[in-house]
Design a protein around this ligand. Structure first.
Ligand code: NI
Ligand code: MN
Length: 225
């Protein structure tokens, strides 16, 4: 499994030559100006919630790639009405896709579309693919529900928001990594806006002090699991 960070909460995941794009917000992210969305491959686009900073580039990329949009019922219906392919899910549900199993799990946040219309309830994803299991928390507060995840699955990576203000900050993300029983963490949802700027070295040190590994990728950088 290869994971590429496209900035903010945008991720590319490659499993068995299938390309999954998560929460594409790239063209309005000044820090991601070197990423050309026309070169991003996508067979599936997974959306955690409907906020602009998670869906901005969905239509452009789905138009070009024909990607199947996977999210909550309300978000998928919104895109199906516009003619896009979609696979609706809801909290607690899982589905075997070609690349592996996806479960849509709870998040504590909000989920309106940019025009204010209802975007369902926000979520995160647990993905099992190619013998690697990852948790993408989405925008969320820390929640006791995270403790349910390791009852059923052993995670290889937890992708957690760490920027604070709109989501968990660093201290809560450390606790969240305890809840999901995963000491390998990829941080996201930081630095994009003034509200969520973090000190990278301090963040890494705080995780290190708890015997955890926080990875912060450059935009465009990939890791192999
Ligand atoms: Ni949000
Ligand atoms: Mn967000």
């Amino acid at each position: 499994m290869k994971i590429t960070f496209y900035g903010h909460a945008s991720l590319g995941i490659e499993v068995n030559e299938i390309h999954i794009l998560v929460d594409p917000f790239i063209t309005a992210n000044e820090k991601a100006s070197h990423i050309d969305i026309n070169t991003i491959k996508a067979d599936y686009i997974l959306l955690t919630h409907a906020h602009q900073d998670h869906i901005l580039d969905v239509e452009t990329i789905a138009n070009r790639t024909g990607a199947v949009i996977v999210s909550n019922y309300e978000i998928v219906t919104h895109y199906q009405k516009k003619g896009f392919e979609g696979h609706p899910m809801n909290h607690g549900g899982s589905w075997d896709f070609k690349f592996g199993n996806v479960k849509y799990v709870n998040a504590i946040h909000t989920s309106s579309f940019p025009d204010g219309s209802y975007g369902g309830q926000p979520g995160g994803f647990v993905i099992e693919g190619e013998h690697k299991n990852i948790y993408i928390a989405g925008d969320t507060a820390i929640t006791m529900d995270m403790k349910l995840i390791p009852l059923q699955i052993k995670l290889d990576l937890a992708i957690l928001p760490i920027g604070d203000n709109f989501t968990m900050g660093i201290e809560d993300a450390i606790l969240a990594s305890d809840f999901v029983q995963c000491d390998k963490i990829l941080g996201y949802h930081f630095d994009t806006f003034g509200y969520i700027e973090i000190n990278h070295e301090e963040a890494k040190r705080k995780f290190f002090d708890k015997n955890k590994d926080l990875m912060l990728l450059d935009i465009g950088e990939s890791i192999e699991l």
